[in-house]
Write a protein that binds this ligand. Structure first.
Ligand SMILES: Cc1ncc(C[n+]2csc(CCOP(=O)(O)OP(=O)(O)O)c2C)c(N)n1
Ligand SMILES: [Mg+2]
Length: 357
């Protein structure tokens, strides 16, 4: 388990457990009743592809920023891909998610279009908010994505409201609320969890503990146990290695099915790590975290490497499989960048359209 939150002292965090060649059966043995799904190879290769798509998409976001082609900034999700993909793969298209300021991974994992996302980042008319929202306001009703949110903790009430709406409409849709460890300091989360528990709402609170809130280690901002918070409201709570997409998926699947059956909310604490800075401009990080810590996570806790190693060990794929996949994803992402670069800006006469003042 990566930095279990029970050991939130500074000297304990950032350590990466060593991983052996565990089989999926062993990995899921602690997850009651979970069976490897039929069409396993296709499923895991698909998840690998989804994670790779997020990574390559964001590498291009970084390039667009550093070459001054992207206005504003963005918060990169690289390193945390297994959380978004593992969770979103357990959802139906008509299920809802709410996202954060670090939201590209959630959007892509729920099925957003690469073209329209790049267009939004570059301020183009074809973007999800017609180019007027940017990275932190991408929403996509077609895939049940109720939106990124620049307000830390701001989506917790929105997600809980969406779950309440499903329940009142008699629908079996589930809502997933993604948020970072920093949102644990926001009171609205506790108001929302209280109501969700009382009213048995179909909502899953997914806390992405990537160790930092901006430039501050969570041990300096978060007292006590992270998982103790949801337990206090009687909410079913689990904690997983957020770098292992197989564990995230298997756990999320159980929690989603539980919520769909009307058994109420859940809290899923995912231990993870962001490889880049807080945002694209945060390149001098040595004053708040060490290069050694970064290297350790990138080499021992990388979600893509973990899954590809497992697939090769299980003889479900070889290096060629991954080379071909990468070529395909790279071409798709590069086409998206080109689409956005070529796309027109909105007409200046529309500056007040589609915005709220
Ligand atoms: C209510 C509010 N307070 C402060 C900020 C400034 N801010 C932006 S991101 C961030 C840290 C968020 O940390 P975390 O929730 O752990 O998410 P991460 O960036 O690690 O993904 C802060 C304090 C904000 N956007 N909203
Ligand atoms: Mg964080």
């Amino acid at each position: 388990m990566l930095h279990p939150e029970t050991s939130n002292s500074a000297e304990n965090v950032g350590s990466v457990r060593s991983r052996g060649d565990t089989s999926l059966e062993e990995k899921t043995s602690t997850l009651a009743g979970t069976q490897p799904p039929a069409g396993e190879r296709e499923r895991w290769l698909h998840m690998y592809e989804q994670m790779l798509k997020i990574r390559i998409f964001e590498e291009h976001v970084n390039q667009l920023y550093t070459s001054a082609k992207m206005p504003g900034l963005a918060h990169l999700y690289i390193g945390e891909e297994a959380v978004a993909v593992g969770v979103c793969e357990s959802l139906r298209r008509d299920d809802y998610i709410t996202s954060t300021h670090r939201g590209h991974g959630h959007c892509l994992a729920k099925g957003a279009s690469i073209d329209r996302m790049f267009a939004e980042l570059l301020g183009k008319e074809a973007g999800y908010c017609r180019g007027k929202g940017g990275s932190m306001h991408i929403a996509d009703q077609d895939t049940g994505n109720l939106g990124a949110n620049a307000i830390v903790g701001g989506s917790t009430a929105i997600a809980t409201g969406a779950a309440m709406s499903s329940k009142m409409r008699g629908s079996d849709q589930v809502t997933v609320c993604f948020f970072g460890d920093g949102a644990l300091g926001q009171g609205v989360l506790y108001e929302a969890m209280n109501m969700a528990s009382l009213w048995k709402l179909p909502v899953i609170y997914v806390c992405e503990n990537n160790l930092y809130n901006e430039y501050t280690h969570f041990s300096e901002t978060t007292a006590g146990e992270m998982s103790g918070r949801s337990k206090a409201f009687g909410i079913h709570t689990e904690e997983v290695d957020g770098q292992d997409v197989q564990i995230v998926y298997a756990t999320a699947q159980r929690l989603v099915e539980r919520a769909r059956r009307g058994e109420g909310p859940a809290f899923l604490l995912c231990n993870t790590y962001r490889y880049h800075g807080h945002h694209v401009g945060d390149i001098q990080r040595s004053y708040y975290r060490s290069k050694e810590e970064e290297q350790q996570w990138m080499t021992q806790g990388d979600p893509l490497k973990l899954l590809s190693t497992w697939l090769i060990e299980q003889r479900m794929a070889d290096t060629q499989t991954f080379e071909q996949l990468e070529q395909r994803v790279r071409a798709e992402v590069e086409a998206g960048v080109q689409f956005a670069l070529d796309a027109p800006f909105p007409d200046p006469s529309e500056v007040f359209q589609d915005v709220y003042a």
